[in-house]
Each structure stands twice: as structure tokens, then as C-alpha cells.
Design a protein around this ligand. Structure first.
Ligand SMILES: *[C@@H]1O[C@H](CO)[C@@H](O)[C@H](O)[C@H]1NC(C)=O
Ligand SMILES: *[C@@H]1O[C@H](CO)[C@@H](O)[C@H](O)[C@H]1NC(C)=O
Ligand SMILES: *[C@@H]1O[C@H](CO)[C@@H](O)[C@H](O)[C@H]1NC(C)=O
Ligand SMILES: *[C@@H]1O[C@H](CO)[C@@H](O)[C@H](O)[C@H]1NC(C)=O
Ligand SMILES: *[C@@H]1O[C@H](CO)[C@@H](O)[C@H](O)[C@H]1NC(C)=O
Ligand SMILES: *[C@@H]1O[C@H](CO)[C@@H](O)[C@H](O)[C@H]1NC(C)=O
Ligand SMILES: *[C@@H]1O[C@H](CO)[C@@H](O)[C@H](O)[C@H]1NC(C)=O
Ligand SMILES: *[C@@H]1O[C@H](CO)[C@@H](O)[C@H](O)[C@H]1NC(C)=O
Ligand SMILES: *[C@@H]1O[C@H](CO)[C@@H](O)[C@H](O)[C@H]1NC(C)=O
Ligand SMILES: *[C@@H]1O[C@H](CO)[C@@H](O)[C@H](O)[C@H]1NC(C)=O
Ligand SMILES: *[C@@H]1O[C@H](CO)[C@@H](O)[C@H](O)[C@H]1NC(C)=O
Ligand SMILES: *[C@@H]1O[C@H](CO)[C@@H](O)[C@H](O)[C@H]1NC(C)=O
Ligand SMILES: [Cu+2]
Length: 568
């Protein structure tokens, strides 16, 4: 009897909830158990850090505009944090995740609940650990479906599939980066690339577990490709099947039909694939795009099998796709240059035309001097990296906490607006830019400013393509070019009509790329190269977007609990 009251309350609560969901999006709850799990790959077994024992970890599925509360319980041996890559998290940097930038690590035996707020993202993103090299095995997909009552800007696909490209190291990833930072040399390269955690048929002891994607003849699939590789950009293709790319980084683009894609670590692409070939088996494959010379990297190829359902005899040979050669930067450019925002009435874009903050930023690999030339990098020095000649030093108290409490001393606000020295960035660079300054230097930005960042690749030590990623925003890629950016002629080539809205861009080797965004998200936002070794070497900085004047334009108050920073 007494239950009637409770039920009445429940019904009221449900009605309220449905009403709220309509207005504000639904709320989802997930528990992530971070744990050590034994995995066998490439003929040997080792313990890796996982979420819930799987590789890739669990998929988060939401509709556009929803919110997900994700409780991370750390049962591993190291502290770590998790980042929701590409989720803008309006006014909520507290849940963004990069270690010692927006929070201190979740220590073993403790937990932290992230409030992941989705807004205009629609398509595919991903989550990954953001502490040293833990992201090598701690990652998974985020699928963002259209909001209830809306649909895709193309015919609704018959089904979905997710493909995550990853890296497998036989050694312990944390030891690998610690060893590299202490010797000053290159970190050990990975031993395989993977598709959904599996290396595929071209590696030893791997063919029994090669990932298989089962398809039905005649159906059209939305294939969500995520590049979670640690240190290499990738080409990807499927034998005998066209790829029609319809979204990048959870924003729609004008469809591109192509035989291959180039996707950098950090990027995601949504691709329509029609199973229109004679029922059989077909390889999908991925190997690096690497146009730097003498850059230590893994050059192997990972595969999976697209397998049609039905009765047919297993083919004696499985068709293999044609991937561009790994140094083919024309093939990479040809693909990348086709990408344009959909820019429709339902999916409009809003490129800032008025720029208040312009930053011209060189990207460089550097050297740190070692006493007695005792290091394993060039000239007996240690490898390092910088943006505008500042090699970022990660503090031991998070920048967000320091900023929120008005605590100076953790960082300085002197990140330069332009390179400290002018030289031929992409030519003979001389000696004066080899050694960077070291420091925790951030760039302050006023709320609402139009921001333009011109990334300038340089020829210092080892030129290569760099996938630059910004937290807290998606931005418009308005232009790219080769050589030095020319402040007079280069802006004339900008696309201000339908530039893609993305969160990670490939800055060409010895070339430049310009991005624009409106600084409408107050907070502390990490910006870094998504090649993990470059980020570890200091190719990072932080943008702090100040509060606006109204309550709706200020950082939300911190949650009741944030993981404490250790006193060391
Ligand atoms: C992870 O495992 C825990 C414990 O078994 C379970 O409660 C939770 O739902 C799992 N999370 C996901 C996302 O599957
Ligand atoms: C992993 O394998 C090692 C060595 O075989 C074993 O000692 C350990 O108990 C295993 N750990 C788990 C979690 O199964
Ligand atoms: C999560 O951590 C809080 C302290 O922040 C603690 O009170 C709570 O018991 C923990 N929950 C679990 C399930 O461990
Ligand atoms: C890195 O590779 C070298 C050479 O193969 C090996 O001796 C070393 O143990 C590796 N380091 C780690 C941390 O796996
Ligand atoms: C895997 O390779 C081995 C050795 O080449 C072969 O005997 C076996 O049939 C293969 N298995 C599959 C599933 O292809
Ligand atoms: C791939 O696309 C091209 C150009 O649009 C078209 O000519 C070709 O028939 C397509 N191939 C398949 C297998 O769909
Ligand atoms: C990969 O690199 C190895 C040596 O590091 C070289 O022998 C091999 O030819 C390279 N393979 C390709 C496909 O470039
Ligand atoms: C790049 O595109 C141009 C023009 O469309 C074409 O001629 C060239 O063959 C392409 N190169 C590659 C490597 O795809
Ligand atoms: C973050 O700060 C903690 C101390 O709070 C320190 O132990 C840890 O090494 C720092 N992490 C990084 C990546 O520097
Ligand atoms: C910069 O170096 C490049 C490559 O050597 C060269 O082509 C270019 O002319 C140089 N630019 C200037 C302004 O010296
Ligand atoms: C650059 O530095 C190297 C090593 O210190 C030295 O041998 C070389 O002469 C220097 N070059 C110039 C142009 O100063
Ligand atoms: C930029 O291009 C213009 C026009 O070609 C040229 O006159 C000028 O010297 C260039 N500026 C630089 C810094 O190279
Ligand atoms: Cu880089």
C-alpha cells in the first residue's frame, strides 16, 4: 500500500526527466574500471592497463546534446586521467582530463567522476588516457548520434561499425617513455599497428584473431574510423570498396568519394561503405604516412577482413587494397585538401572574420644540452621539442586549479605571439633555434575574441608532419601551404566559406596551417602535437580563455571533489 506514494513520485520524476531530456538532452552513467589485464599479442603475453579488461575499451553512445557521467575507478598501479577527445565541454574544463593541466591524476584505489557535456558534436569522437603514455592501451570510441527527432544529412545507413587504429608495444609503454626521457634518445618504436586491438595477418602469431567485420551484400554502413596510434599518421583503405567520407572530428563535411584516407592520431572520420562487391573476403589495411626523413618509426601494416555473409567458398586469395607509399605527401595532401565543411542550413558554420588575437607559432624538434655529451640524441644531446621555441614543462599542480585560485608561480603568461627569432623556418635554419627555452608558459585570451593561429612547420633537426590538437574547441582550418607563411600572400588563399570544423590538423612538413575559432569557451585548454613522443618532449602549450561578463560565460564552479595533487 505504502508503495503507491513512491510510485506516484516515481511517475512524476519520470515525467520530469522526460521533459528535461527533451530540453537538455538525456543523461547517461558509465563506470570505467581501470585495471591491469593480461593480453597475448605477437607471440607473447604481457600485462597492460585497460578499462574493464577490453582493448579497445567500452564505447560511449549518446545523442547530440546529452551528458554522460563517467566514474573512473583506478584499480591499476599508476595514477592516470582520461580525456574526452573533441568534446568541447562548455565552461567545464574540470572534466577535460589532461594530467596536471586540468586535474591531478586519479591515484590507484581512488575514483573520479567526469561530467562529459556534449553540445554541437555529432558523429564520432573518442576517449583516451591523458597521462604519460597510458593512452597506448586505454582508449575507446564515443558515438554521438543525431539528436532525437533529427537525422543524418544523408540516407540513414543500414548499420554502423567502428574501427580504431592503435599501436602495440612488446615492452611496457611507461618504461619506454621514461627510458627515452632519461637517455635523451628516441623512444622504442611500436611492434605493430592494430585494428580494434588486433595486429592482423601480416604479423607473427596474429592471423587466428584478425579482426573480422561481417557485412551483408547490398547494405550501406557508417564506418567510424578513429586513429588512436601513438606516433604515426596513417593511410587507410579497403580493397575494391570506395570510401565516402561524410564527417571528420564529429562535424559533417561535403561527401568525398575516395579509395584511401589519410588520418592523423587524434582524428576521426565517418565513412559510408556500401557492400556492393561479389560476396567474398576483402582486406582493409593501414600503414603510416611518414614524409620525414630519418625519423624513427614503425613502418609495418595492420589488416582486418571485411567478410560478406552468405554461402560461398572461401577465396584462395583475399584482395589487398592499394595504399599510397608511406612518404607520398602528394597523396596525403590530395585527400586532405578535398575536405570542406558541409555548411548547410541544418549544419551551419561560423568562421570568425574579425581576428583579435593572432599567434604565429613555430613547431620544432630541438636538443637539450647534456653534460659531457652523455645523451643518446643528436650530438650527444637529448631530444626535445617546442612551440615558438618554448618547450613546455608540465607542472606538479594543475594549471586549472592554479588559475582558478589566482595562484601565480605555477605558470607564466608569457607564451610568445610570434617566434622569438626570425629565420628561414623551412630552409637553412642555422644553429640558433636548436636549443629551446623551458617553461610552463601559457597564452591568455579574452572571452569572445576571434583567434587565429598560424602553425609554421620548421626544418629544425627533423622536419615532419605534425598533428596539432586543441582541447575545448573545434576550430576551422582556413588554409594550408608549403614553405614559409607569407603574411601578405598566404591569407589570400584562405577558405572562409566552407572550411572544415575539426579538433586536430596535419601541419605539413616544412609548411604551414592556419586555424580560426571564437574564444567562447572559458577555461584552461591544452594544445599539443598528437604524436605522443613530441608531446612528451614539450611540443605543447596552454590557452587560458578568461571568463566573460555574464554567469553563462564563466567557468562553472569546480565539482565538490577533484583528485588532490601530491605534495612532492
Ligand atoms: C565495467 O565493469 C563494471 C564492473 O563489472 C561494470 O559495473 C560496468 O558497467 C562496466 N562498464 C562498462 C562501460 O561496460
Ligand atoms: C598475468 O600473467 C602473469 C604471468 O603469467 C601472472 O603472474 C598474473 O597473475 C596474470 N595476471 C592476471 C590479472 O591474470
Ligand atoms: C569514490 O571516491 C569517493 C571519495 O572521493 C569515496 O567517497 C567513494 O566511496 C568512492 N567510491 C567508490 C565506489 O570507490
Ligand atoms: C627498448 O629497446 C631496446 C632494444 O631493443 C631494449 O633493450 C630495451 O629493453 C627496450 N626498452 C623497453 C623499456 O622496453
Ligand atoms: C595462420 O597461419 C598459419 C601458419 O601460416 C596457418 O597454418 C593457419 O591456417 C593460419 N590461420 C588462419 C585462420 O588463417
Ligand atoms: C568508386 O567510385 C568511382 C568514382 O565515383 C566509381 O567510378 C566506381 O564505380 C566506384 N567503385 C565502386 C566499387 O563502387
Ligand atoms: C621498414 O623499415 C625497415 C628497416 O627499418 C626496412 O628494412 C624496410 O624496407 C621498411 N619497409 C618499408 C615497407 O618501407
Ligand atoms: C593528386 O591529384 C592530382 C590532381 O587531381 C593528380 O594528378 C595526382 O595523380 C594525384 N596524386 C596522387 C599521389 O594521388
Ligand atoms: C603531475 O603532478 C604530480 C604531482 O602532483 C607528479 O607526481 C606527476 O609526475 C606530474 N605528472 C606529469 C606528467 O608531470
Ligand atoms: C628558404 O629556404 C628555402 C629552402 O631552401 C628556399 O627555397 C627559400 O628561397 C628560402 N627563403 C628565403 C626567403 O631565403
Ligand atoms: C652549428 O653547430 C655545430 C655543432 O655545435 C658546429 O659544428 C657548426 O659549425 C655550427 N654551425 C654554424 C653555422 O654556426
Ligand atoms: C611575400 O610575398 C610577396 C609577393 O610575392 C613578396 O614580395 C614578399 O617578399 C614575400 N614576403 C616574404 C617575407 O617572403
Ligand atoms: Cu609533432
Amino acid at each position: 500500500m505504502g508503495n503507491y506514494n513512491n510510485m506516484g513520485f516515481l511517475v512524476l520524476a519520470l515525467v520530469g526527466f522526460i521533459f528535461l531530456s527533451k530540453a537538455n538532452g538525456a543523461i547517461h552513467y558509465y563506470d570505467f574500471i581501470v585495471q591491469e589485464t593480461n593480453f597475448t599479442r605477437l607471440c607473447s603475453t604481457k600485462s597492460i592497463l585497460t578499462v574493464n579488461g577490453t582493448l579497445p575499451g567500452p564505447t560511449i553512445t549518446v545523442n547530440r546534446g546529452d551528458t554522460a557521467f563517467i566514474s573512473v575507478h583506478n584499480q591499476g598501479y599508476n595514477g592516470l586521467t582520461i580525456h574526452w577527445h573533441g568534446v568541447k565541454q562548455p565552461r567545464n574544463p574540470w572534466s577535460d582530463g589532461p594530467e596536471n593541466i586540468t586535474q591531478c591524476p586519479i591515484q590507484p584505489g581512488t575514483n573520479f567522476t567526469y561530467e562529459v557535456i556534449f553540445s554541437s558534436e555529432e558523429g564520432t569522437l573518442w576517449w583516451h588516457a591523458h597521462s604519460d603514455w597510458t593512452r597506448a592501451t586505454v582508449y575507446g570510441a564515443i558515438v554521438i548520434l543525431p539528436a532525437a527527432g533529427t537525422t543524418y544529412p544523408f540516407a540513414t545507413p543500414d548499420a554502423h561499425e567502428t574501427v580504431i587504429l592503435g599501436s602495440w608495444f612488446k615492452g611496457d609503454v611507461m618504461e619506454i617513455i621514461e627510458e627515452a626521457l632519461s637517455t635523451g634518445g628516441d623512444p622504442n618504436i611500436s611492434d605493430a599497428f592494430t585494428i580494434n586491438g588486433q595486429p592482423g595477418d601480416l604479423y607473427s602469431c596474429s592471423n587466428e584473431t584478425t579482426y573480422r567485420w561481417m557485412v551483408d551484400y547490398g547494405k550501406t554502413y557508417l564506418l567510424r574510423v578513429i586513429n588512436a596510434v601513438m606516433n604515426e599518421e596513417q593511410f587507410f583503405a579497403i580493397a575494391n570498396h570506395n570510401l565516402t567520407v561524410v564527417a571528420q572530428d564529429a562535424a559533417y563535411i561535403k561527401p568525398i568519394t575516395t579509395s584511401y584516407i589519410m588520418i592523423t592520431p587524434g582524428q576521426t572520420m565517418d565513412i559510408l561503405v556500401t557492400a556492393n562487391q561479389p560476396p567474398s573476403h576483402y582486406y582493409m589495411a593501414s600503414h603510416p604516412f611518414m614524409d620525414g626523413t630519418g625519423v624513427s618509426h614503425n613502418n609495418s601494416t595492420t589488416t582486418a577482413i571485411v567478410q560478406y555473409n552468405g554461402n560461398y567458398s572461401t577465396p584462395s586469395t583475399t584482395p589487398f587494397p592499394t595504399l599510397p607509399l608511406e612518404a607520398d605527401n602528394t597523396a596525403a595532401d590530395n585527400f586532405t585538401k578535398q575536405i570542406r565543411a558541409l555548411a548547410s542550413k541544418e549544419h551551419p558554420i561560423d568562421v570568425p572574420l574579425k581576428i583579435h588575437s593572432r599567434i604565429y607559432m613555430t613547431i620544432a624538434i630541438n636538443e637539450r644540452i647534456c653534460a659531457n655529451s652523455s645523451c643518446k640524441g643528436p650530438n650527444g644531446n637529448a631530444l626535445s621539442a617546442s612551440l615558438n621555441n618554448v618547450s613546455f614543462v608540465i607542472p606538479s599542480v594543475d594549471v586549472l586549479q592554479a588559475y582558478y585560485r589566482g595562484n601565480n608561480g605555477v605558470y607564466r603568461t608569457s607564451f610568445p605571439n610570434k617566434p622569438p627569432n626570425t629565420y628561414n623556418y623551412t630552409g637553412d635554419v642555422g644553429n640558433n633555434t636548436i636549443y629551446p627555452n623551458f617553461g610552463t608558459r601559457v597564452r591568455m585570451i579574452k572571452y569572445g575574441e576571434g583567434v587565429e593561429i598560424i602553425f609554421q612547420g620548421t626544418n629544425v633537426i627533423a622536419p615532419e608532419n605534425h598533428p596539432m590538437h586543441l582541447h575545448g574547441f573545434s576550430f576551422y582550418l582556413v588554409g594550408t601551404g608549403s614553405g614559409n607563411f607569407n603574411h601578405t600572400t598566404s591569407p589570400k588563399t584562405y577558405n572562409l566559406v566552407d572550411p572544415p570544423e575539426v579538433n586536430t590538423i596535419a601541419v605539413p612538413k616544412n609548411g604551414w596551417a592556419t586555424i580560426r575559432f571564437k574564444a567562447d569557451n572559458p577555461g584552461v585548454w591544452f594544445m599539443h602535437c598528437h604524436l605522443e613522443r613530441h608531446s612528451s618532449w614539450g611540443m605543447d602549450t596552454v590557452l587560458i580563455v578568461r571568463n566573460g561578463k555574464t554567469k553563462e560565460t564563466k567557468i562553472r564552479p569546480p565539482p565538490a571533489y577533484m583528485p588532490p595533487c601530491s605534495k612532492s
